[in-house]
Design a binder for this molecule. Structure first.
Ligand SMILES: Cc1cc2nc3c(=O)[nH]c(=O)nc-3n(C[C@H](O)[C@H](O)[C@H](O)COP(=O)(O)O)c2cc1C
Length: 153
């Protein structure tokens, strides 16, 4: 049984909707042998990363950066898991008013350090969350879970 961890922050609910869509994809009946854990960034910790075989990271873009809560998750876990995890396959989803590139850049930079290996293109949902953005996140969750199950990642 492989383990997929989804860590996200949301303030006004948009990234939360993306996270729920990713969870839906990851727990699709097309995938049998993957357990998925959904955690808000503030409630996630090193044990979750040590448990995970793959990772989805979600955040709003705030002030051209990831949310403070997701950054805090990184601050609280980096040294705790250093040297104890294999490179984790990961993918990123972002909710932004009109940009998202600063949050993406910042997450990628930190991900390199853990290391997490980005295995799917990110989903950047700008403005109101649309059905196509939800579908893209559902696909992202499915792709990570199916890839873990198949041993591709
Ligand atoms: C304090 C603050 C700063 C923000 N900064 C940015 C920004 O730099 N770029 C951007 O595209 N959107 C920015 N936004 C808009 C949010 O990214 C957007 O509303 C997002 O959908 C919020 O996600 P959430 O509903 O999951 O909290 C900002 C919003 C807030 C509250």
């Amino acid at each position: 049984m492989k383990h997929l961890l989804i860590v996200y922050h949301t303030k006004t609910g948009n990234t939360g909707k993306l996270a729920q869509a990713a969870l839906k994809g990851a727990t699709s009946e097309l995938v049998a042998d993957v357990e998925t854990r959904l955690r808000r960034a503030g409630a996630a910790g090193p044990d979750d990363l040590l448990w995970a075989d793959g990772l989805l990271l979600g955040t709003p873009e705030n002030f051209g950066y990831m949310s403070g809560a997701l950054k805090d998750f990184f601050d609280r876990t980096f040294y705790e898991v250093e040297g104890r995890i294999q490179p984790l396959p990961c993918a990123i989803f972002i909710s932004a008013g009109n940009d998202g590139s600063g949050a993406l850049r910042a997450i990628r930079r930190i991900a390199n350090g853990y290391p997490f290996t980005e295995v799917q293109e990110p989903v950047i949902a700008r403005g109101e969350v649309s059905s196509s953005q939800l579908a893209a996140c559902e696909e992202l969750g499915l792709a990570l879970a199916a890839g873990l199950e198949a041993g591709i990642y």
